[in-house]
Write a protein that binds this ligand. Sequence first.
Ligand SMILES: NC(=O)C1=CN([C@@H]2O[C@H](COP(=O)(O)OP(=O)(O)OC[C@H]3O[C@@H](n4cnc5c(N)ncnc54)[C@H](OP(=O)(O)O)[C@@H]3O)[C@@H](O)[C@H]2O)C=CC1
Ligand SMILES: N[C@@H](CC=O)C(=O)O
Length: 436
Amino acid sequence: MTEYRTVRVALLGAGSVGSQVARLLLANGDELAARVGARLELAGIAVRNVDAERDVELPRELLTTDAESLIVGADIVIELMGGIEPARSYILSAINSGADVITGNKALLAAHGPELFAQAEQVGAEIYYEAAVAAAIPIIRPLRDSLAGDNINRILAIVNGSTNFILDRMDRFGDSMEDAQKTAFELGFLEADPTLDVGGYDAAQKATILASLAFHSSVDPEGVYREGIEHITAEQIEAARKAGYVIKLLAITERITAEDGTAGVSARVYPALVSREHPLAAVHGGNNAVFVEAEAAGPLMFYGAGAGGVQTASAVLGDLVSAARRHVAGGPGLGESTHADLPLLPIGEVVTKYQITLRVDDRQGVLAEVATVLADGGVSVETVEQTIESTEDVPTAYLVIGTHATRERALQSTVTALNASGVVESVVSVLRVEGV
Ligand SMILES: NC(=O)C1=CN([C@@H]2O[C@H](COP(=O)(O)OP(=O)(O)OC[C@H]3O[C@@H](n4cnc5c(N)ncnc54)[C@H](OP(=O)(O)O)[C@@H]3O)[C@@H](O)[C@H]2O)C=CC1
Ligand SMILES: N[C@@H](CC=O)C(=O)O
């Protein structure tokens, strides 16, 4: 039998993900040792309550509430507790004591990533975080390594499984928003606080991480534009379907140029119209997908499970093998590269296409009046469709206007002008069209 040296691993958290990591680490010890060239010894598992019932039976003697003592002497610390504190302090302790760190904590990385990476760089430690975006889907390493020699222009991503599940139910089964949310909750898709998913906060944290990585820049999470799906109606889903679109909550990050010529990055999250021909339209249920547009590689799509204990554990164990190999072989790790530091530009600088639905009086000349307001605002019209829904005494028409690519600032002021003009009864909806 091969004699291996030992790498000591401390696990913080034994919830959905942590318990699966512990199970797989204990069950596959020999195989992992052969792959790494060292035995991965699970030194202990820190939890809040050692007597709590768990999905996976874990050796009682490994459980402890003393995370600090566990960290001391560990070669690798895996943080799967979630939240900001005490996770941040534990990670800093681990780094300062010379350990490499693995985490799936997107909330922490979005809020404190630069601080943690800077500290790690100072002491020569590494932070691995494949599980933090799109769980089981390998996307961090491809962006950090495989595409490191290319230039990324844009990423369009479905990174929140529960909102994708909800919108997909509405699209494919005709559910209302309320019913779809109820089903998502019953199936355990939504976070304990569903606002994190439905309000787009979870996706915005992941967009922050993707933007930093793709554009080698330090991205302030406060500057990431965010809209949730809570206002999406069954009528909008139906109208989108008729027009050949599906509505998806997208996390988008791209290289853009502001009106004054400043080169920068946009990171944003909102429900957008996606053509049914686009690969992202075929992402159903709770799945995730990251669509990368790179200068040389062209379009690439990474697809799979974006949540789930065992699926996420796969990404964590991949990181563990990498970290342990580095520990055995020595030498530099993957490193964090924020050398470009492009500014994060506000939503007003984004250029995209829009679909505007207006409710207007069905009378002669109304279309020309609407066209004048749009032209005055610098919004160029690509398509117009009119539906008449008049009753005997209320002659009403709906205009669905598709625009050419327009800067968001101009679009928003034109929508304000339309509302104030007296020409339209109401602006029913404004949706951005992405993936074109
Ligand atoms: N679940 C998923 O599908 C995914 C999760 N992630 C990320 O992975 C991380 C873990 O998620 P998940 O497993 O779902 O979380 P859970 O809430 O299921 O588990 C959290 C674990 O951490 C322990 N814990 C919490 N606070 C402390 C503390 N102060 N001291 C010691 N232990 C503590 C809990 O202990 P106890 O059991 O005693 O309560 C529990 O075992 C999060 O950052 C999450 O965002 C990323 C991708 C997907
Ligand atoms: N709540 C998240 C879980 C994984 O990060 C989601 O719905 O995708």
